[in-house]
Design a protein around this ligand. Structure first.
Ligand SMILES: *[C@@H]1O[C@H](CO)[C@@H](O)[C@H](O)[C@H]1NC(C)=O
Ligand SMILES: *[C@@H]1O[C@H](CO)[C@@H](O)[C@H](O)[C@H]1NC(C)=O
Ligand SMILES: *[C@@H]1O[C@H](CO)[C@@H](O)[C@H](O)[C@H]1NC(C)=O
Ligand SMILES: *[C@@H]1O[C@H](CO)[C@@H](O)[C@H](O)[C@H]1NC(C)=O
Ligand SMILES: *[C@@H]1O[C@H](CO)[C@@H](O)[C@H](O)[C@H]1NC(C)=O
Ligand SMILES: *[C@@H]1O[C@H](CO)[C@@H](O)[C@H](O)[C@H]1NC(C)=O
Ligand SMILES: *[C@@H]1O[C@H](CO)[C@@H](O)[C@H](O)[C@H]1NC(C)=O
Ligand SMILES: *[C@@H]1O[C@H](CO)[C@@H](O)[C@H](O)[C@H]1NC(C)=O
Ligand SMILES: *[C@@H]1O[C@H](CO)[C@@H](O)[C@H](O)[C@H]1NC(C)=O
Ligand SMILES: *[C@@H]1O[C@H](CO)[C@@H](O)[C@H](O)[C@H]1NC(C)=O
Ligand SMILES: CC(=O)N[C@H]1CO[C@H](CO)[C@@H](O)[C@@H]1O
Length: 546
C-alpha cells in the first residue's frame, strides 16, 4: 500500500433549541437531477481494504453529493453556505484529479460531466457576497479555483481534446482577485504579524485564517498561471477597485512566495499549539478597545478550543512550501502535526487504542472527531471541518515529484517552479505517509458505516460508541464561535458595533425524541457531512492506489 500521488467563558449562548423547520432545513435534501447513475453501492458492504473497493466508494460519495445536493438550474448546492460551497467544489475537483490519475475505465467517462458542474459553479458561486466576508472565507475561494487549474493541467495531459482548458484564465482571475482581497488582512501592527480573521470585529488572529494564508499564498506561487484580465467586475458588483483596471500579474510572482514564507514564520513562532501539539483556535489582544487603544498589542489571550480543520489546512501549506524550496523542515513540521493529530484520536495501532472509549483531545477510539460531533450539536460550519482535514492530508501526501517527466504528467504547468526530490527524499515522504494509511482506513470504515439508506454520510463517525469518557460538550466551557455564534461581548466587537453575520454559526440541538440513529441528531446528515465522506474516501483512495 503506497501513497502515490497521490475564550474566556461566555455569558451568552446563542443556541437555537427549537429551530424552525422549513426551507432551510438541512435535512430536506431533494433530488434535483436524474442525470447521474443510480447509486449502485447502497446495499453493498465494502471493507475498503484496497483500491478496488475504496475507489467505488469515493465515486459513490461524489455521486450522492451531486445527485442529492447539487441544483443544476442554479449551479450551486442550495443547502450550503458560501464558504462550505467553495470547499465542496475544491474536494470534488480533487476527487476528479484522483479519478484522472488512476485510470479506471468504469469511471473515466464520469469525469467530464462532474467537471462541467464544478466549472458551472464559477457562475453559481456568490462572489459578490464573498468579497464582503471574512479573510478566511475569501481564501477558500482561492484554494478552490487553484484546484480547478490543477485539475485542468492534469487532465489536459491525458485528453488532448479536453475543452475545460478554456476556463483556466477565468479561474486564475478569480483566485487572483480573492488573494488580493484576503491579503489585506495581513497586519503587522499587532503581534508582529499574522492575519486578522476579519476587520469587522475586534482583532482576532486565528489558526484557520493564518494557515489558509500559508496554503493560498504558496498555492498561488506554484499553480497560478498569471492573469492579464483587467476587469474587476468579473467579481460581480465588487468593491474591488471597481473603477480601476487591474494590472497584470505574472505566474510565480515573488509576492506570493514571500507572503507564504513570512506567514509561516509568524505562525510557527506564535505559540499557537497546545501541550498535545495541536493548533488552538487563535488569539485575542488583551485590553484592546479600539484601533487607537490597542492594549497589550500582543497575541496574549489564547482561545484554547481545538478543532479538526485547524490541524488540516497547514498540511497542504507545508507541502507547498517544500515544493517551492526543498527545505525538509516544512515536511518535518507536517509529520509532527500528523503525529499529534493521530495520537489525539487515541490511536496507537490498528488494534490498540490508548484509551478505548475515552476522549483523547481530537477524537476517541482512533476516530477523528470535533467535540460537537459527539452530542450532535455541530453548526453548519463545524459539520464541514473533518472534510477539510482529510482534503489537506490528501494534498500533503501526494508523492514528491522526482523528475521532469513526472512533473509533466501532473498538476503542475509546464513552466513550473517546483523542487525535484531526490529518491531518498521521495522515499522518506512515502514511508511517512504510508504509516498513516491504517488510521485513514480505520476512519473510513467507520465513516462508511454511518451512511443512511440514501447513501448520505453522517457527521459522527464514532456513533457506534457511547459518549467517550472525558469528553466535555462544546456547549459549555470555552468560547466556541463556530458552534455557538459570535458572542456579542466586548472582546469581539468593534466600537462601531456592526451587525454580526450569523450564517452557518447557529448550533441546532434537538433535545426531544431520542433517535436510534445518532447521526440524525441536530442538523443531521447534510451536504457538509457528505463532503466529509467524499474528502475522506478521496484521501483513502490516494493512500491505497499506486
Ligand atoms: C438520508 O439523509 C438525507 C439527508 O439528510 C435525507 O435527505 C434522506 O432522506 C435520508 N435517507 C433516508 C432513507 O432516511
Ligand atoms: C448573494 O449574496 C447576497 C448577499 O448575501 C445576497 O443578497 C444575494 O441574494 C445572493 N445571491 C444569490 C444569487 O444567492
Ligand atoms: C485599490 O486602489 C487603491 C488606490 O489606487 C490602491 O491603493 C490599492 O492598492 C488598490 N487595491 C488593490 C487590492 O489593488
Ligand atoms: C504559550 O501559550 C500558553 C497558553 O496561553 C502560555 O501558558 C505560555 O506561557 C505561552 N508561551 C509563551 C512562550 O508565550
Ligand atoms: C497523546 O494523547 C494522549 C491522550 O490520549 C495525551 O494524554 C498525550 O499527552 C498525548 N501525547 C502527546 C505526545 O501529545
Ligand atoms: C489590562 O488592563 C488592566 C486594567 O487596566 C491592567 O491591570 C492589566 O495590566 C492590563 N493587562 C495587560 C496585559 O496589558
Ligand atoms: C528551512 O526552513 C526553516 C523554517 O522556516 C528555517 O529555519 C531554515 O533556516 C530553513 N533552512 C534552509 C536551509 O533554508
Ligand atoms: C506549455 O507550454 C507551451 C509552449 O510554451 C504552451 O503553448 C502551453 O500552453 C503550455 N501548457 C500549459 C498547460 O501551460
Ligand atoms: C456497530 O455495532 C454493531 C453492533 O454491535 C456492529 O455489528 C457493527 O459492526 C458496528 N459498526 C461499526 C462501524 O463499528
Ligand atoms: C426532533 O427529532 C425528532 C426525531 O428525530 C423529530 O421527529 C422532531 O421533528 C425533531 N424536532 C425538531 C424541532 O427538530
Ligand atoms: C461597488 C458597486 O458597484 N456597488 C454597486 C452594487 O450594486 C448596487 C445595486 O445595483 C449598487 O447600488 C452599488 O453601487
Amino acid at each position: 500500500m503506497t501513497f502515490l500521488n497521490p475564550w474566556p467563558i461566555l455569558s451568552i449562548i446563542f443556541l437555537l433549541v427549537n429551530p424552525i423547520r422549513g426551507v432551510d432545513d438541512p435535512k430536506i435534501a431533494k433530488s434535483y437531477t436524474t442525470s447521474h447513475n443510480t447509486n449502485s453501492l447502497l446495499h453493498r458492504e465494502l471493507d475498503l481494504e484496497n483500491g478496488a473497493s475504496s475507489f467505488p466508494a469515493m465515486v459513490d460519495a461524489l455521486e450522492v453529493m451531486q445527485s442529492l445536493f447539487w441544483d443544476p438550474s442554479i449551479s450551486t448546492w442550495p443547502l450550503g453556505i458560501d464558504w462550505t460551497r467553495a470547499t465542496f467544489n475544491t474536494h470534488i475537483l480533487t476527487a476528479l484529479s484522483v479519478m484522472a490519475t488512476y485510470e479506471n475505465f468504469k469511471y473515466r467517462s464520469e469525469i467530464p460531466k462532474y467537471f462541467s458542474e464544478a466549472a458551472a459553479f464559477y457562475t453559481g458561486e456568490n462572489a459578490t457576497s464573498l468579497v464582503t466576508q471574512k479573510y478566511d472565507d475569501q481564501q477558500w475561494v482561492i484554494l478552490e479555483w487553484l484546484e480547478g487549474i490543477k485539475f485542468i493541467n492534469l487532465y489536459s495531459d491525458t485528453d488532448a481534446s479536453f475543452e475545460g482548458r478554456r476556463y483556466r484564465s477565468e479561474f486564475a482571475h478569480r483566485a487572483r482577485v480573492f488573494w488580493d482581497l484576503a491579503s489585506q488582512g495581513y497586519d503587522t501592527t499587532l503581534c508582529g504579524g499574522g492575519m486578522l480573521w476579519t476587520n469587522q470585529l475586534a482583532p482576532y488572529k486565528n489558526a484557520i485564517t493564518n494557515q489558509l494564508f500559508v496554503a493560498s499564498s504558496i498555492g498561488m506561487h506554484l499553480y497560478f498561471p498569471g492573469d492579464s484580465n483587467p476587469n474587476p467586475s468579473s467579481v460581480p458588483n465588487s468593491t474591488y477597485n471597481s473603477s480601476q483596471a487591474l494590472p497584470p500579474v505574472n505566474a510565480h510572482d515573488s509576492r506570493y512566495l514571500k507572503a507564504a514564507l513570512e506567514e509561516y514564520h509568524w505562525l510557527s513562532t506564535s505559540n499557537m499549539t497546545n501541550a498535545q501539539g495541536l493548533y488552538v483556535d487563535g488569539f485575542h489582544i488583551t485590553n484592546w478597545t479600539s484601533p487607537t487603544s490597542i492594549g497589550s498589542g500582543k497575541c496574549d489571550a489564547r482561545d484554547e478550543s481545538v478543532y479538526t480543520y485547524n490541524q488540516g489546512v497547514l498540511l497542504s501549506g507545508l507541502r507547498g512550501l517544500w515544493d517551492a524550496t526543498g527545505n525538509d523542515t516544512y515536511l518535518a513540521d507536517g509529520y509532527g502535526l500528523m503525529k499529534s493529530v493521530i495520537n489525539a484520536t487515541g490511536w496507537q495501532s490498528r488494534s490498540t487504542f490508548t484509551s478505548h472509549g475515552s476522549w483523547a483531545g481530537l477524537g476517541s477510539d482512533g476516530i477523528l472527531q470535533d467535540l460537537c460531533d459527539v452530542d450532535g450539536s455541530c453548526s453548519q460550519d463545524s459539520q464541514n471541518f473533518k472534510a477539510i482535514f482529510f482534503h489537506h492530508l490528501t494534498l500533503f501526501c501526494e508523492p514528491l515529484a522526482m523528475d521532469e517527466r513526472q512533473l509533466q504528467k501532473s498538476h503542475y504547468s509546464n513552466d513550473s517552479v517546483i523542487f525535484i526530490a531526490s529518491s531518498a527524499q521521495a522515499q522518506h515522504h512515502q514511508t511517512r505517509c504510508n504509516s498513516y494509511e491504517p488510521w485513514i482506513l480505520h476512519n473510513a470504515r467507520h465513516a462508511y458505516a454511518t451512511r443512511n439508506a440514501t447513501g448520505v454520510y453522517g457527521g459522527w463517525w464514532d456513533a457506534n460508541e457511547t459518549t467517550p469518557t472525558g469528553w466535555t460538550s462544546s456547549l459549555s466551557g470555552a468560547a466556541d464561535v463556530m458552534n455557538k455564534g459570535i458572542p456579542q461581548n466586548r472582546i469581539w466587537r468593534l466600537p462601531s458595533n456592526p451587525p454580526i453575520p450569523t450564517a452557518g454559526m447557529t448550533a441546532v440541538v434537538n433535545s426531544s425524541a431520542p433517535d436510534p440513529d445518532l447521526n440524525d441528531r441536530g442538523r443531521g446528515r447534510t451536504v457538509e457531512t457528505q463532503n466529509g465522506g467524499l474528502a475522506l474516501m478521496t484521501c483513502l483512495v490516494n493512500a491505497q492506489e499506486g
